[in-house]
Design a protein around this ligand. Structure first.
Ligand code: 5GP
Ligand code: ZN
Length: 115
């Protein structure tokens, strides 16, 4: 497993008690964002410390499918699927990315502002 000792998401995966995860399997896990910017805001994160999309090779591409599918499953479980939701991945400075371990943001639970 590709991990990074200084990465907060790798730490959360290795240290956090099971009940803090919204979801966890062999590919990815989900947590509530510590600083939510919508009524519902959670993160779906690959277990591997994968970073920038343009550096991914073919062997990692299935992970994106896992992230999106599990994100959509969680919108149903969290009761935001019918109202609507947004998925987004920030990449580097211009997008305001703070944590380089790739993660999918899931926003919903209210009318979301357009960008
Ligand atoms: P980025 O800007 O990198 O796309 O988003 C990183 C997100 O991770 C931010 O929305 C931030 O609030 C969230 N975050 C940062 N540290 C933690 C943490 O320790 N726990 C949780 N649950 N979320 C975090
Ligand atoms: Zn990491």
């Amino acid at each position: 497993m590709n991990t990074n000792n200084s990465c907060i998401f790798c730490k959360i995966l290795s240290e956090q008690s099971e009940d803090k995860f919204l979801f966890k399997d062999e590919f990815c896990f989900a947590i509530r964002d510590i600083n939510p910017v919508a009524k519902a805001h959670f993160l779906v994160i690959p277990n591997q410390h994968l970073t920038f999309l343009e550096q991914w090779d073919e062997s990692n591409l299935h992970i994106i499918g896992k992230l999106v599918k599990n994100a959509s499953n969680l919108t149903v479980l969290e009761g935001i699927a019918d109202g609507g939701y947004r998925l987004s991945i920030n990449q580097k400075g211009d997008a305001g990315q703070m944590i380089d371990h790739l993660h999918l943001h899931v926003y919903g639970g209210e009318k979301l502002r357009s960008m």
